[in-house]
Ligand binder design. Structure first.
Ligand code: ADP
Length: 182
């Protein structure tokens, strides 16, 4: 499914984010930037050790990355030139600012992409795996945050924002949320 927002194509696909040929892929990292399970582990495995080394340098220079913020590294052996690492919120019942932190993770990632002049970015479903954020609510927040960014002047240079959902069920949830939004 795809729609146009401002001048940007917003696409929802089922697939593996490590295989995307966008300028950047986004990693659902943790605050330590240390790699881990889920999509984080898959990106580090596919991209090779250069990404981890850059993450460790960033970690030494600026300490832990708070939830809602993002940093950028090269893409190592990935097809994507860059990896944007962001940290989503851990779900704590829904009234601990989780929505705002999740929106901030998407927004910060898109801001970094624009600062680097990137035109195409692929996102996974941040926080809906190990971090336990319910996917229906996460889809609404994620798509709303991306739409709001694309309607701002900074969003105008992006050609495509792609959500790469790892299961058919997650794709359906995101498709429903996008229909409800448009
Ligand atoms: P978080 O800790 O932010 O919840 P996870 O990696 O546990 O991150 O899960 C986030 C989402 O990424 C989940 O929907 C999971 O199914 C999905 N995922 C895992 N591997 C991949 C992959 N290779 N490509 C795209 N999505 C993936």
């Amino acid at each position: 499914m795809e729609i146009t927002i401002g001048r940007t194509l917003l696409r929802l696909v089922e697939g593996d984010i490590t295989q995307q040929e966008t300028d950047a892929i986004v990693n659902a990292a943790n605050s330590e930037l240390a790699g881990g399970g889920g999509v984080d582990g898959a990106i580090h495995r596919a991209g090779g050790p250069a990404i981890h080394e850059e993450c460790m340098r960033i970690r030494r220079e600026r300490g832990r990355l708070p939830a809602g913020q993002a940093v950028i590294t090269s893409g190592g052996r990935l097809k994507a030139r860059y990896v944007i690492h962001t940290v989503g919120p851990i779900w704590r019942g829904g009234d601990h600012g989780e929505d705002e932190t999740l929106a901030s993770a998407y927004r910060s990632s898109l801001e970094l992409a624009r600062e680097h002049g990137l035109r195409t970015v692929a996102f996974p479903s941040i926080s809906t795996g190990a971090y336990g954020f319910p996917v229906e609510r996460a889809a609404r927040v994620a798509l709303g945050a991306v739409r709001d960014f694309l309607l701002r002047p900074e969003g105008q240079g992006l050609e495509e924002v792609r959500f790469v959902l790892f299961s058919g069920r997650d794709l359906e949830v995101y498709e429903r949320a996008l229909k409800d939004m448009s």
